[in-house]
Design a protein around this ligand. Structure first.
Ligand code: PMP
Length: 351
């Protein structure tokens, strides 16, 4: 750290992304990417002409992509905000709506805490219950920024729409952000509620179900006034934050929706397979509606399991956090990858 850094940031503890090893080939089950590549339409869309056009700035409004998405989801274009990954949108929400403080769970997406610190937002941390379910009553009547990942990460637990609606309704004077990064793997999106609630922002991403993590494309649904706030912030930081190649790739993804939704169903099948096999090996696996599972074995600690799997060429994610240090989070890959994982675990447990 230099002596020039603003004291506001000196104590900031930055987010630690999952490992992205560049040296060795792992079976990579640590950052919830899709095991399936983008469809051929994307490969065709990102063509030589698009590369030549990189000399030109991209469309800051993402007009074509936004029109296609508005059609796909049956919302107005003024109900949609696009940005550089949903992290970008979450960041903007803390910036825009965190003035009165923010409430989120103790075990949830780790970036919320970082964004709160980054923007000097007072964070109220509401512990999950013993079984890792959300303390729903604890989130009611906060009337400040409320952020809920649904399904939650890293647990995979999902709340019903009615519960989300109760929380949104009970916070009329605070914005409720529902982070639906993992909603396509068996959850139900609450985005249709945006017509009824002026305080609801629903974030989704192309990074998981749409195989575009490296393209960086996130989107949010909200009423036009909230969308205008987010646009104001985007246009005051980096209007060109979705590059040209990502815009054409994203459009091709939207036009090939069936391929991606089929992949989600395959991932759900692979998840059921992995859960069954790991439970057969004595694991406790939390009920997941995401493209990952969160599990523990009383025969091996989480850190040990993570390290030993890594030695065997399989990367999973372990969090050094008191309540969850026994667990590992395993991204759901292909059936073959899940088979390899289960075999490796079986060997490690000496079965
Ligand atoms: N929300 C949650 C709960 C996540 O796990 C992630 C992925 N790390 C994100 C948002 C951000 O995803 P992206 O920026 O790739 O859209």
């Amino acid at each position: 750290m230099s002596r020039f850094l603003d004291p506001r940031f000196a104590a900031l503890k930055e987010y630690t992304p999952g490992e992205q090893p560049q040296d060795k080939q792992y079976i990579k089950l640590n950052t919830n990417e899709s095991p399936y590549p983008p469809s051929d339409k994307v490969v065709q869309a990102v063509n030589a002409q698009q590369v030549r056009d990189l000399r030109l700035y991209c469309d800051p409004d993402c007009t074509k992509l936004k029109t296609a998405m508005a059609q796909r989801f049956g919302v107005g274009e003024n109900n949609l905000f696009l940005s550089n990954g949903s992290d970008d949108i979450l960041n903007f929400c803390f910036m825009a709506y965190g003035g009165g403080g923010a409430a989120f769970a103790d075990i949830t997406y780790g970036f919320y805490e970082v964004f709160a610190k980054l923007h000097g937002v007072q964070a109220e941390i509401i512990p999950l219950r013993e079984d890792f379910s959300l303390d729903v009553e604890g989130f009611k009547g906060k009337n400040k920024l409320v952020v809920i990942a649904n399904p939650n990460a890293p647990t995979g637990l999902c709340l019903d729409l009615t519960v989300i609606e109760d929380i949104v309704r009970s916070n009329p004077n605070g914005v409720v952000v529902v982070d639906e990064a993992y909603v396509d793997f068996g959850g139900e999106s609450c985005y249709r509620l945006i017509d009824r609630y002026e305080n609801l922002v629903v974030c989704q991403t192309f990074s998981k179900s749409r195989s575009l993590a490296g393209g960086r494309l996130g989107f949010a649904f909200a009423c036009p006034a909230l969308i205008a706030d987010l646009e104001k912030i985007k246009y005051s930081t980096n209007p060109y934050n979705i590059n040209r190649l990502t815009q054409v790739a994203g459009l091709a993804v939207v036009e090939d929706d069936g391929y991606y939704m089929d992949n989600c169903r395959r991932i759900e099948e692979n998840r059921a397979f992995a859960v069954e096999r790991l439970e057969g090996l004595g694991f406790e696996v939390l009920p997941s509606k995401a493209n990952f599972i969160f599990c523990r074995s009383d025969r091996m600690g989480g850190k040990q399991l993570y390290l030993q799997l890594k030695e065997k060429g399989i990367l999973v994610r372990h969090f050094d956090k008191a309540r969850i240090s026994d667990f590992v989070r395993i991204t759901i890959g292909t059936r073959e990858q899940m088979g390899a994982l289960v075999d490796a675990v079986r060997q490690l447990l000496g079965e």
